[in-house]
Design a protein around this ligand. Structure first.
Ligand code: ADP
Ligand code: MG
Length: 627
C-alpha cells in the first residue's frame, strides 16, 4: 500500500464535480440557483455549442463583494448558512458551497461582479488554465456574470460522455423551463448560438403566470388544466393539473416544486398517480405543474448533492394531503370544466360529489369506446371496406372446395359411424392428408366445434377463432391497400409547443405515411388536414400529441399503427360470430381450414386460445385405459 496523502484542492474539487457537474445543463442549473438565491429578477443565459463551448449566466442580483470574490471559488465556501440549525430550515436553493469550486475545476471560468448600485466591478478568471485565479477591475452593473468555457477540457473522460449539441441544449432548455416555472417574478432569457430561444417575462398576476405556464408547457396544457389551491395542516398545494383526458404517453409534463425547489420524489409521484388512478387509462401519465409549500423545517433538502430529492418529516401527512387535494379536484371535473376548483365549497357539500364524477373519458382516443360508438365506426368502415369485412365473413363458407367437401363428408360419415375404423384408415394411408385441425364432427352448445384429427379430438372456440380470422384479414387488407385516408371537413388547428411543432415539421413524411396530413401553421401551432378513415372518430389531437411525445423521446412511434390495429381488433371482436349461432358442418369445416391458414390463428385477439387438442392418449388416461 502506498502512503496516505491529502488530495490537493484541485483534484478534490474535480472529484466533487463528478457528482454535481454531469453535463452542461448541470452547470446551468447550479448557476441559475445562485442567481435566484442572490435575489435577481432578471437572468440571461447564453449558450454556445450546446454549452460545451460556452455557458454565460448573467443576473442583476446582489453580486459578491470584491473581498469575497476569491473565497466564493473555494470548496465549502458559502454565504447561505453558518450553522447546523440554519441548514435545518434552509430557504435558499444552495447551501453546500461546492458548485463554483466544482465547475471551476473542470472548465475555464470567469466571474465578473458588482455588489454596488454604482461603480465599476471586478473580475476574476482561471483562463490561464493552471487553476489560479487573478483579480482585475472590470465594468459590470450590479449583479454577477459567470462565464464557463470549454467544460471538461481537462477531464477528457467526462468530455467523451457529452452528446450532440442539440441534445445537450435540450437538457439546458429543460433546466431553464423547470426553474422558470418556479419563479414567476423573475424574467428569463435563453440564447443559443446568439439566437433568442426563450424570453419569459416576469409577472405575478394570475394571467401572467398562466401565460408563462402556457409558454413552457404548451397552450393546450393550460386550456385543459384545472387550477388547484388548497391549504391544510400547514401545507399548501397550488398549481395546475391537466384533466385526465389530456394525459400523456410519457411522464414528460410533470413539474413539482417543494418550496420553490425542483424535485423528483417517489412519495409525491405516488400520491399523484393514486389521485389519477380511476380516471386515467392504464399506461397513461398525468400532466401537472404543482407547488407544495411548507415550513422548511419540515423538509430535509440535504439528501442528495444535486438536491433533486427531499425527505419530508411527516411523509404520511404530505402524501395524504396531496392525494386528497388532487383526487377531490379531479372528482369535481365535469366535461369541459376549466373553472378553479373551490375546495372549501365542495367540502361543505360532499353529497354532490358522486354525481359529478363523470369524466369526459369518451373523448379519449383509446379503444375502450362505448359499444354504440363501435357500431357507428363499423358502419362507417363497412361502407368503405365492404369487401374486406364481407369477405372475412364469407370466406368462412367460400373457402370451401366441393371436391374436398365430398372427401370430408366421407370422413364425417366414417367418424360418426365408427370413429375407430376411421382412425385406423387414417393411420395407414391418409394420415398426411388430414388437416391439423381435422374435420368437424359436431357443435357443442352453440359455442364449441368438436373436430377429429389424426391425433384425436379438437375443441375450437368458435367466436375466438372467427375473431382472430377477421382481425388478421382486416390487417392484411390494410397492408395491401395502404392506410385509407380522408380529408377533414374542417381542418383541425392545434396549439403545441415550439419544440413539438419543430418535430412535427421534421417528421412530416412519417405522419403522411401513417395517413395524417399535418402542416405547421405558426411557431406554436399545427393544422391537421387529413386523417386515417379508421381514426376519423378518434381524438386526433391527443393522438398527434402522443406521437410527438414518442418522437421527441424515442425518435419513432408505432402509436398510429397500433391504434388502428386496436380498432380493427375491436371491430373484429364485434363482427365475429356470436355464441349460440348454429353452424353447419360445412361452415365449421370452412372455419377450421381458414384457421389453419391464419397467422396467429392459435389465439384470439385478447390472447386466449382458439382451440385445444385432446389426443387419444390423453383420452385414454381419462378413462384409465391402458394400451
Ligand atoms: P452555494 O450556492 O451552495 O453557497 P456556490 O459554490 O454555488 O455555493 O456559490 C458560493 C457562493 O458564491 C454563494 O454562497 C454566494 O455567496 C456566491 N455567489 C455565487 N453565485 C452568485 C451570484 N450569481 N450572485 C451572488 N452571489 C453569488
Ligand atoms: Mg450554489
Amino acid at each position: 500500500m502506498p502512503r496516505i496523502k491529502l488530495l490537493d484542492a484541485r483534484l478534490a474539487n474535480q472529484i466533487a464535480a463528478g457528482e454535481v457537474v454531469e453535463r452542461p445543463s448541470s452547470v446551468v442549473k447550479e448557476l441559475l440557483e445562485n442567481c435566484l438565491d442572490a435575489g435577481a429578477n432578471s437572468v440571461e443565459v447564453d449558450i454556445e455549442a450546446g454549452g460545451a463551448k460556452l455557458i454565460r449566466v448573467r443576473d442583476n442580483g446582489c453580486g459578491i463583494d470584491k473581498e469575497d470574490l476569491l473565497l466564493a471559488l473555494d470548496r465549502h465556501a458559502t454565504s447561505k448558512i453558518t450553522k447546523l440549525e440554519e441548514l435545518e430550515a434552509v430557504k435558499s436553493l444552495g447551501f453546500r458551497g461546492e458548485a463554483l469550486a466544482s465547475v471551476a475545476s473542470v472548465s475555464r471560468m470567469s466571474l465578473t461582479i458588482n455588489s454596488q448600485a454604482q461603480g465599476s466591478g471586478w473580475q476574476t478568471s482561471n483562463d490561464s488554465g493552471n487553476g489560479e485565479f487573478a483579480l482585475s477591475p472590470a465594468p459590470h452593473p450590479r449583479g454577477t456574470t459567470v462565464v464557463v468555457r470549454d467544460l471538461f477540457f481537462n477531464t477528457p473522460a467526462r468530455r467523451k460522455f457529452l452528446r450532440t449539441e442539440k441534445t445537450e441544449f435540450n437538457h439546458i432548455e429543460e433546466v431553464i423551463k423547470r426553474q422558470a416555472l418556479s419563479r414567476f417574478e423573475v424574467s428569463f432569457q435563453l440564447r443559443h448560438n446568439q439566437r433568442v430561444v426563450h424570453h419569459l417575462r416576469a409577472g405575478q398576476q394570475m394571467m401572467e403566470r398562466e401565460r408563462r405556464v402556457a409558454q413552457i408547457c404548451g397552450p393546450a396544457f393550460m386550456e385543459n388544466a384545472l387550477h388547484v389551491d388548497a391549504e391544510a395542516a400547514g401545507l399548501r398545494l397550488w398549481g395546475w393539473v391537466a384533466l385526465p383526458t389530456f394525459s400523456r404517453s410519457q411522464a414528460d409534463l410533470q413539474h413539482f416544486y417543494v418550496n420553490g425547489r425542483v424535485i423528483r420524489d417517489k412519495l409525491v409521484g405516488h400520491a399523484v398517480r393514486q389521485a389519477y388512478r380511476d380516471v386515467l387509462y392504464h399506461g397513461r401519465h398525468p400532466a401537472f405543474v404543482l407547488y407544495l409549500e411548507l415550513d422548511p423545517a419540515n423538509v430535509d433538502v440535504n439528501v442528495h448533492p444535486t438536491k433533486h430529492e427531499v425527505r419530508f418529516r411527516d411523509g404520511r401527512t404530505v402524501h395524504d394531503f396531496l392525494f386528497r387535494t388532487l383526487h377531490q379536484a379531479l372528482a369535481e371535473v365535469r366535461p369541459r370544466t376549466h373553472a378553479v376548483v373551490d375546495l372549501a365549497v365542495s367540502e361543505s357539500a360532499p353529497g354532490q360529489l358522486a354525481s359529478q364524477q363523470q369524466m369526459p373519458l369518451q373523448q379519449h382516443y383509446r379503444p375502450a369506446q362505448p359499444v354504440s360508438q363501435i357500431g357507428e365506426q363499423m358502419a362507417a368502415y363497412r361502407s368503405l371496406h365492404e369487401s374486406v369485412l364481407d369477405s372475412a365473413v364469407e370466406t368462412l363458407n367460400a373457402d370451401f372446395d366441393p371436391a374436398r367437401q365430398e372427401q370430408q363428408a366421407q370422413h364425417l360419415e366414417n367418424s360418426s359411424a365408427n370413429p375407430l375404423s376411421h382412425l385406423s384408415t387414417k393411420l395407414t394411408s391418409e394420415a398426411s392428408e388430414i388437416p391439423p385441425l381435422g374435420y368437424a364432427i359436431a357443435q357443442l352448445k352453440g359455442i364449441y366445434i368438436l373436430a377429429e384429427n389424426s391425433d384425436g379430438l379438437i375443441v375450437v372456440d368458435m367466436h375466438a377463432a372467427h375473431e382472430r380470422i377477421t382481425y388478421e384479414r382486416m390487417k392484411a387488407a390494410r397492408l395491401s391497400d395502404g392506410i385509407k385516408r380522408q380529408p377533414l371537413l374542417v381542418p383541425q388547428a392545434m396549439a403545441v409547443s415550439q419544440k413539438e411543432a419543430d418535430y412535427a415539421e421534421q417528421f412530416i413524411t412519417v405522419f403522411q405515411q401513417l395517413g395524417l396530413e399535418i402542416q405547421r401553421a405558426g411557431d406554436e401551432s399545427l393544422v391537421v388536414r387529413q386523417v386515417p378513415i379508421l381514426l376519423s372518430r378518434a381524438d386526433i389531437e391527443q393522438l398527434v400529441r402522443d406521437v410527438l411525445a414518442d418522437l421527441i423521446e424515442h425518435g419513432s412511434s408505432d402509436r398510429i399503427q397500433s391504434h388502428i390495429d386496436e380498432i380493427l381488433s375491436t371491430m373484429a371482436c364485434h363482427g365475429a360470430v356470436r355464441a349460440n349461432r348454429r353452424l353447419s358442418i360445412e361452415e365449421m369445416n370452412a372455419l377450421l381450414r381458414t384457421m389453419e391458414q391464419t397467422e396467429r390463428g392459435g389465439q384470439c385477439n385478447h390472447g386466449r386460445p382458439t382451440w385445444v387438442g385432446l389426443r387419444m392418449a390423453d383420452l385414454d388416461k381419462l378413462f384409465l385405459r391402458g394400451r
